[in-house]
Design a protein. Structure first.
Length: 65
C-alpha cells in the first residue's frame, strides 16, 4: 500500500492538549477515498481473518466478514 499524502489525512488542531493527550484524543484520520482508491470494496486482513469494507450505492460504508 502506498504511503499517505497530505491530501489523504485530515488536519487536527492539537494545540490545546499536550502531545501525549492529543494523540490519545485524536486518532489518525484517513479519508475513505484514500482507502478505497476509486474501488467500491477493500479487503482488510486482521489477525488472519479477512474483512471487507464496502461503499454502498448510497455512499454508506459497511464492514463485513
Amino acid at each position: 500500500m502506498a504511503s499517505e499524502t497530505a491530501a489523504d489525512t485530515v488536519s487536527v488542531d492539537r494545540r490545546a492538549a499536550s502531545p501525549r493527550e492529543a494523540n490519545a484524543l485524536s486518532p489518525r484520520t484517513i479519508t475513505s477515498e484514500a482507502l478505497l482508491r476509486g474501488d467500491s470494496q477493500l479487503a482488510i486482513l486482521h489477525e488472519r481473518t479477512v474483512y471487507f469494507l464496502r461503499r454502498t450505492r448510497l455512499g454508506k460504508l459497511i464492514l463485513t466478514k
